[in-house]
Design a protein around this ligand. Sequence first.
Ligand code: THU
Length: 137
Amino acid sequence: MNRQELMKLALEARERSYSPYSNYRVGAALLGESGTVYLGCNVENAAYSPGICAERTAFVKAVSEGERNFRAIAIVGGPAKGAPETAPPCGVCRQVMMEFCNPDTFEIVLGTGPKDCGSYTLAELLPQGFGPGNLKK
Ligand code: THU
């Protein structure tokens, strides 16, 4: 699974975004070490705060299926009526990545589609991140 294929799956996941309040649709495709890809979209709520981002939807799906080690995630967003846009992950999602991913090797693929995407490590997007290692003696 290369970054282009993962981005294509993120675009497919974005089609299922439930975002009637922001009208901002996000899709994510998370590649586990097992080779399984977990898709996620943002799922909003009339009470606002229960809403969840696409990236965390994918992580929660994966972890609840028993996968805890990950290689990469592709993310794509943008307004419901417009073309897909680059959608950097929010701070909360970066922190969730920090829980399960090696910051030096986990790849975050951003862009507007398979032909226009690039990748960053988690360490690049969350420098000096606080993670499980900080709580070990
Ligand atoms: N959103 C995501 O799904 N991922 C992010 O990393 C940033 C924001 C969603 C949350 C909300 O449904 C909409 O985008 C507008 O903030």
